[in-house]
Design a binder for this molecule. Structure first.
Ligand code: MIC
Ligand code: SF4
Length: 642
């Protein structure tokens, strides 16, 4: 039997386990990336492991998230990352060089190789045919040290693309159509592969827009073949030597198959507050808007930017609209400036931001009260923009630019089309990527730590019998932005867990941090797809600090469940999802023989001591995961096994 693209890469990197769907497998990781909001923690953990030099083929640390320096904290963390990476053999992409995923795609991603990144949108590199996955910082630290990366062998989904996109319909509309079809849970436990004639019509950055938002499907990753288009992109980046051809075998077997005719697609928007709440722009046309933000790792390539510039050229942004544009990388930004396209944007009234995540992670540019914001980003979770009552819609750059000019939702296909040509060669200059010290020089590098860096909480072994309060009950699709919000005020504390804990779950319940502290923690009950969204391990670390011992849910998102285990919080699912109704926030609960269940049982009984109700919990762990949980998390486990 033949292999899919992802199966081929997995096979080539398999360290342990069987390639059977649902089985735990271990992979060798060729490359890693970190960004600054998760990187500080990842490098602190790397240091705690006591490994002198990274063992990967390539590891890069990017500075792109915490770029608003309203106090010393972010600048201190950047300096820490710059010095710690220099010492341990990691390249450092300086602030100003761009968003990790955009830069990695341009300069480092290689078809056929494996990449993990401490950021959930790492699958962006799937656009070039790389097996790229988001992971918690601790897993990235382990991989940097040459350790194996463990995942559950995913099922394979094939999406065949036919035809070609109509004018003014973008790659963003493709992935929004897929999200509408499959939902934010549709990719859980799966890898999404794209195939068909339509693939040839999409450039690598367009493919990367699609694989980027595969994260919103909950997928382990998404991947495109590596073909002549990939080769041309690598050539334009002066990296033709990195190209290999990579297709699925003709007799490869997929678990699910879908078809999408690109020529039938129309401009779409993901409506508040979920990326799968998708409607045609035509249905929203005429609705007033107050803000437009163009950029993020989803839509900040040269193609996106040139399209926007061409649409804005000679026009003026509507007076009721504030338009921000953040190009994705220094390469894009410089080329925009050289081509004159940047001048067209500025002249039209766009507020040009630095090439970084910016408004996407709430680093400034929060909308006005009850504002309507159109963003070319990938997430519109409640309050992520920094304005709790804002309505955020996710759209293509074409829709964003058209609407910025009119002040209302505007279907770009109703306007005159623009056609832009990508240059044959990109401007290659890696002067903002600092090389690490040599092995000989590394000893002299002094790692600088600011006062914002506080000790990492460490988990404990599970109690023999668990008896505590159900400290919080939340609904379906709880994101890590609910658990541990980001934004300009909170992000500077990513290396200061005690301070961060003041914001934990406050989007759902402002009293949570205080209650958790007063009661010494407890258990959290969630609905389905608990922990979807970002890879931030702070969504496990901070609840750990507040005393959360276990999370019971109908189902979990992949990266979050791995993070919970890494920090010794026991994730368990309800065997019967309807039992969710048997428990209320504040109920006293008990699991007799909790530690024994974690050690070797697949089921445990959760008793509601307040009402007498009972529910069966499933503990679906691999032997390795059980050992980690029994040790109170990966750091303890690693120390023990040394
Ligand atoms: C995000 O888009 O939510 C982030 C910020 O990039 C996160 C990482 C983080 O929280 O630092 C992600 O996607 O993993
Ligand atoms: Fe940055 Fe936004 Fe991309 Fe996350 S989704 S990496 S915050 S641009």
């Amino acid at each position: 039997m033949g292999y899919t693209i992802a199966q081929k890469i997995i096979k080539n990197h398999l360290v342990c386990g069987e390639m059977q769907v649902g089985e735990e497998i271990g992979l060798k990781i060729d490359q890693t990336l970190t960004q600054d909001a998760t990187g500080t923690m990842a490098y602190l953990q790397f240091e705690a492991m006591g490994i002198e030099r990274v063992k990967t083929e390539l590891s890069v640390a990017y500075i792109d998230h915490n770029t608003l320096q309203a106090g010393f904290e972010n600048a201190d963390d950047h300096r820490y990352i710059q010095t710690v990476t220099k010492k341990h053999g990691i390249r450092f992409s300086r602030p100003g060089n761009g968003i990790c995923h955009q830069v990695h795609l341009e300069r480092f991603a290689v078809p056929g190789k494996t990449l993990i990144g401490s950021d959930s949108h790492t699958p962006t590199a799937g656009g070039i045919g790389m097996l790229a996955m988001g992971a918690g910082g601790l897993d990235v630290a382990v991989a940097m040290g040459g350790g194996t990366y463990y995942i559950t062998m995913p099922r394979m989904i094939k999406i065949t693309l036919n035809g070609h996109l109509p004018p003014m319909v973008g790659a963003k509309d493709v992935i929004l159509a897929v999200l509408k079809m499959l939902s934010v849970k549709g990719g859980v436990g799966a890898i999404v592969e794209y195939a068909g004639e339509g693939v040839k019509t999409l450039s690598v950055p367009q493919r990367a827009t699609i694989t980027n938002m595969g994260a919103e499907l909950g997928a382990t990753t998404s991947i495109f073949p590596s073909d002549e288009v990939t080769k041309a992109f690598l050539k334009a980046e002066n990296r033709e030597g990195d190209w290999i051809e990579l297709f699925s075998d003709a007799d490869a077997k997929y678990d699910e198959e879908y078809e999408l005719d690109l020529s039938t697609l129309v401009p779409l928007a993901a409506c508040p507050h979920s990326p799968d709440n998708v409607k045609p722009i035509a249905e929203l046309a005429g609705k007033k808007i107050s803000q437009v933000c163009i950029g993020s790792c989803t839509n900040s390539s040269m193609l996106d930017m040139l399209t926007v510039a061409a649409m804005l050229k000679g026009k003026t942004v509507h007076p009721d609209v504030s338009l921000s544009i953040s190009p994705g990388s220094k390469q894009v930004y410089t080329m925009l400036a050289q081509s004159g396209a940047l001048a067209d944007m500025i002249a039209a009234g766009a507020r040009i931001l630095e090439c970084a995540c910016g408004p996407c992670i709430g680093m400034g540019f929060s909308p006005k009260s009850a504002g309507v914001s159109l963003r070319t980003f990938n997430r519109n979770f409640l309050a992520r923009s920094g304005t709790a009552d804002a309505e955020v819609y996710l759209v293509s750059p074409e829709t964003a630019a058209a609407s910025a000019l009119t002040g209302v939702f505007t279907d770009p296909t109703t306007l005159d089309g623009v056609s832009v040509e990508l240059p044959e060669a990109f401007l290659v200059n890696d002067n903002l990527v600092e090389m690490p010290a040599t092995v000989e020089e590394a000893g002299q590098v002094c790692v600088e730590r600011g006062p914002n860096i506080k000790p990492i909480p460490v988990g404990k072994a599970p109690e023999k019998d668990l008896r505590c309060s159900l400290i919080l009950k939340v609904g379906d699709n709880i994101t890590t932005d609910h658990i541990m919000p980001a934004g300009s005020k909170i992000l500077p504390y990513r290396s200061n867990v005690p301070k961060l804990s003041e914001y934990c779950f406050t989007v759902c319940d402002p009293t949570f941090p205080e209650r958790a502290k007063a009661q010494g923690g407890g258990v959290v009950l969630g609905g389905s797809n608990y922990g979807q969204g970002s890879s931030r391990e702070h969504a496990a670390l901070v609840p750990l600090y507040l005393g959360v011992k276990a999370v019971v849910a109908k189902s979990f998102a992949r990266i979050h469940v791995a993070n919970l285990i890494n920090f010794g919080i026991v994730p368990m699912t309800l065997q019967n999802p309807d039992d969710y109704e048997l428990f209320a926030q504040g109920d006293e609960i008990q699991i007799e023989g909790f530690a024994d269940a974690v050690a070797g049982k697949t089921e445990a009984t959760l008793v509601n001591l307040t009402t007498g109700a009972k529910a069966v919990l499933c503990l679906a762990f691999s032997p390795r995961q059980r050992e980690i949980l029994l040790a109170g998390g990966t750091l303890n486990y690693t120390k023990k096994s040394k």
